[in-house]
Design a protein around this ligand. Structure first.
Ligand code: PLP
Length: 538
């Protein structure tokens, strides 16, 4: 959002105009970069007050540009000037702020990418440059999958309404989805994003339990709406100690690599569950009552954490005893990403069933849809309030048609089997790299949920935060696809969620790797060596 203040015109300091003209004369700045940067029209000054430097605010610069390049059309002159002004302000230590979503960072901000189309595992920029997409956890069955597109178009041509009308797609999708879950998870609520799903899950838990408080894991992220920032330590801890709300209780992440109880502990599952028991005890001592324990079935941006065996069973027991429910957030890790199971919570064994499961991201392969699935008892308690639940877009016929297509593709293309095969191969390649690079401390994952934990010291397991960031933000490989996009699933920037996305992508990536066996390993080597060099410079 743009602040509503009367912006003063930007003032150039001595030498700045010369610098800008110099920049203008430097034609190495590519056109796509200009196209991107022209969208950035708001600039902050040193004191963080706002200045709007739209093209009309810089007539002198436009004139200067025309003097230097008389043949160029005016619009590109304006773009150039915008860019140069931005750079000049940057040199003065000012930050630039985009007109749209000023708090949202673009990927690879120093050299951002403009993607114009994508197919399978590849994305293409406007110059036709191909990128191997290692960052996308949404295009689960591959970018622009024709079956998904076909299903969407077919239904859109026919009808799109809301769930106040009867429609077969809704019923069929609910049936297909619940068939992937244990029997007791039988009631669906269709919503539009992971955040909406988690927010509704909290409402269900509170209504059912009659309690308000929530236990969450350290480093957790569960969504961007107010109710979820409150229970996402990954976010609220950035706002300082005061930011934690009284109703929120943070339990340690069950991290057996760097946490309190590690792989050498005889029973880390019980030990970490006992921590939750203690959290409940302390809450009760303060007259607070627990409505829910919420956790991703495997923590993703919390550091690629695989809960130790027995952990969820015991936590569930303690939370139930306290009158609360267990919410499994499968927004990132659901829909077969782990390969051998459809849902990641199933890795804990058949004797564990959450009370509520939330889904999102891959569910619609990019179409905004999500879902909450719960038990009959919880749904009845929610309904008993008499308060109607209506969601304008949730469960519309088009979304459900897309959801059905995604489920079909996962099955038809054996993407779960693929996730296991490719995931194992990826881990093998990464293990080879671990032997070569001391910086790789740990490789952990299941299926295509794979993380590489970078360390400064293997013994001490000190997070190599800066090095990880170097790989994430500065890497640019000249091997295979011109550039690959690693993800930054991490706690304190320490874990690279190196190759996390859709199975279809990785299915093809496997083929690409088989065509050119050294490609994947070489990319990692290059990344690691680049950060070795960087580390040496620290
Ligand atoms: C684990 C988890 N839960 C919930 C969300 C929120 O989903 P959305 O961005 O669709 O609202 C995210 C998003 O990154 C997530 O990673």
């Amino acid at each position: 959002m743009v602040p509503s203040v009367d912006p003063p015109a930007p003032v150039l300091v001595e030498g700045e105009l010369e610098y800008i003209v110099e920049k203008i004369l430097d034609s190495r700045v590519s056109r796509w970069k200009l196209q991107y940067l022209v969208k950035w029209k708001g600039y902050a000054q040193e004191d963080n007050s706002w200045v709007f430097a739209s093209d009309v605010h810089a007539p002198d610069l436009v004139r200067a540009f025309h003097m230097a390049h008389p043949g160029r059309p005016g619009s590109s002159a304006c773009q150039f000037v915008s860019f140069c002004l931005l750079e000049a302000l940057g040199r003065r230590g000012c930050t630039s702020v985009p007109l749209v979503r000023p708090s949202c960072k673009v990927f690879f901000a120093k050299d951002p990418i403009k993607i114009v189309c994508a197919k399978g595992q590849y994305m293409f920029d406007e110059k036709g440059e191909r990128y191997l997409d290692c960052i996308n956890n949404v295009a689960h069955v591959g970018h622009s999958h024709p079956e998904v597109t076909k299903a969407a178009v077919k239904q859109m041509e026919l009808l799109n309404t809301n769930s106040r009308f009867l429609h077969d797609n809704l019923v069929q999708y609910a049936e297909r989805l619940t068939a992937t879950l244990p029997e007791k998870l039988s009631v669906c609520y269709f919503v539009n994003s992971g955040s909406e799903a988690n927010d509704l899950a909290l409402r269900l838990a509170r209504q059912f339990s009659g309690h308000h408080d929530v236990i969450t894991l350290d480093h957790a992220y569960h969504g961007h709406v107010t109710s979820l920032i409150d229970i996402s330590p990954y976010k609220f801890q950035q706002l300082g100690k005061e930011a934690k709300k009284e109703y929120v209780h943070v339990a340690p992440s069950p991290d057996t690599y760097r946490g309190k109880y590690r792989e050498d502990h005889p029973d880390p599952g019980t030990a970490y569950a006992d921590e939750v028991k203690d959290v409940i005890k302390k809450a009760h001592q303060n007259n607070r009552q627990i409505s829910a324990f919420i956790a991703e079935s495997m923590q993703s941006c919390g550091g690629q954490i695989i809960p130790p065996p027995g952990y969820f069973q015991k936590v569930s027991e303690y939370v139930h005893k306290a009158g609360g429910v267990f919410i499994a957030d499968e927004v990132q890790v659901g829909f077969g990403r782990v390969g051998k199971h459809f849902w990641s919570f199933q890795l804990q064994g058949e004797d564990f069933v959450p009370d509520i499961v939330t889904m999102g991201k891959p569910i619609g392969n990019g179409h905004p849809m999500s879902c909450v699935v719960t038990t009959k008892e919880i749904a009845e308690a929610f309904g008993a309030t008499g308060l109607e639940y209506f969601n304008t877009f949730g469960g519309n016929p088009v979304s459900c048609a897309i959801g059905l297509a995604v489920l079909d593709i996962i099955e038809k293309e054996d993407l779960r089997g693929n996730a296991t095969r490719v995931g194992n191969y990826l881990v093998e390649l990464l293990q080879e790299q671990k032997e070569k690079h001391q910086m790789i401390g740990d490789i952990r994952g299941v299926g295509l949920f794979v993380g590489v934990d970078l360390v400064k010291d293997r013994q001490l397991r000190t997070p190599a935060t800066a090095e990880a960031q170097h790989i994430i933000y500065n890497n640019s490989s000249s091997i295979g696809p011109k550039r690959y996009c690693p993800s930054h699933g991490m706690a304190q920037s320490l874990v690279l969620d190196w190759m996390s996305p859709d199975q279809h992508f990785n299915h093809r990536a496997l083929r690409a790797a088989l065509d050119r066996p050294a490609a994947l390993a070489a990319i990692l080597t290059e990344s690691t060596e680049a950060s070795d060099r960087k580390a040496a410079a620290f």
